[in-house]
Design a protein around this ligand. Sequence first.
Ligand code: SF4
Length: 540
Amino acid sequence: MLLPYLVIDALARAVGERYSTFDVVGAGPRVVAGILEDFEETTLLPCENVVSNIELVREFDAVFISAMSSDYEALRRLVMRLKNVQFKGFIVVGGPISFEYSKVLRELPVDFVVVGEAEIPLKHLVNCLKNGGDENCLEKTPALAFRRKGEIVLTSRHIYTPKDVLSAIKPWTKVNLSYKPTWIYRFYVEVLRGCSNFVRPLIKSGELNCLFCMKCRSSNLSERLLCPANIPPGCGFCNVPYMFGYPRSRSVKSIVNEVEELIEHGARRIVLSAPDFLDYCREELVGGVLTDPCNPPPNISAIEDLLNALFSIRDVNRGKVVVMIENIKACLVNEEIGKVLGKYLKDTTVHIGLESGCDWYNDRVLGKPIGLSHVLQACKILSEAGLRPYVYLMHNLPLASREVYLNTMRAVEALGRISVEKITLYKYIKLPATAFEKILEERREENVSEIIKELKKLVNRYNTAMKRRLIGERVEVYIVKSNEGYYGYPIKHGPVVVISPRSIPRREISGCRGVVKILDISSRVIKGELIDVLECPQNI
Ligand code: SF4
């Protein structure tokens, strides 16, 4: 039986297909599907499943597509396919791409864009559509963009969903119907929304004109909310604080319920998703408005309550289901929190942003008051507690001079001395609703392309050397068959293993849990052989 509403997960599809993070299922589309289920039965499908079976969409009354800015091409292809098969229902777009509503509505046959957080506007919109979709009703829907007499209308600025509503929504959990083989996926479960960094870049360039009033660094946390120069909050390259506001945590009960339901529907890998997991309930220590990324320290009792409740779920406690965290800010890590995380999350990865190894650049240009010493200290504490820190760096950032890159290369060496498992070097890409969107791009300090090449080589060499340590090790993985062959996804996360075809048994094993032995590595791939199949889902 087909259902009236279809949510399409187009997150991280770029030009239509999933790229490297094949096993990630973001939280947003499940939240949207959960909101819609209050109205009608709803199904959620990954973009590629819809594209490969496009005829099925005709049966739905409306489709709701979730995408990021970088997924524009995937979104374009998808909506053109919908139109090619004469889909007559409403096409609604949301997710981080919604901040480009003007471009989306100008260039694509999309009916509505829900701008920013969906909980409140989406309910409003569905009520309007159910009552005939009259313009008066649409105009009263907050944060909604649509076409009216050839013009693009935005009804109001985006709104932040209140904390109690975040806990009241029941995200959609029937993942076994949509993501197959279900065991292999990392299902992201939102534990909080928003970011605590309301510090901003202290620079003048192009339309970015800091007045140096220092309000964004005030000890009065409410003062940090508004910048007289209208500079969006947070790190200059990131739009999370502008799009999602300051952190609001979900209740333990709502998170545990969601995880339990996901497990009932076959999930085996859960990622507690947040721009910073250590912000969990930290807003409660400051009366709600949490705009300082480093003070006060984490709310340890709240974090322990959450982890304790999750690890009381039988399958998590027995190790059948793995729970991991996503990102943390280094300046919040201390010995006490290290002990708590180590008690529950041993052998899992955790991501820490450093961006550059130059403290003054991070602080004044990026608007990120977190430097190398914070990251080294955090990695040390977390590694000693049994976690596996991964560190992010960036290149091509605005106003980054040779000095910044030299310091970043020194930082790689320092991270190497404490044997950080992986350093990920990202290329900066300009995003909408960021401080750096306003920067004058021509202003380059000096030609840094050569030193960026050196940095890339250094990071590459480092990661290859770290992966080489894996040779001979046995790793527990979930096995996935694709057109190219068999792959092993490490259960507790880590580099994907290309499994030698010679070691694959004749029977179907895609979706099974197994053990691979690492045989060889190159800078791009890790090769291994399957030495055991431990467990397979029923009906594969
Ligand atoms: S970024 Fe804005 S709030 Fe911060 S110092 Fe500059 S003008 Fe003031």
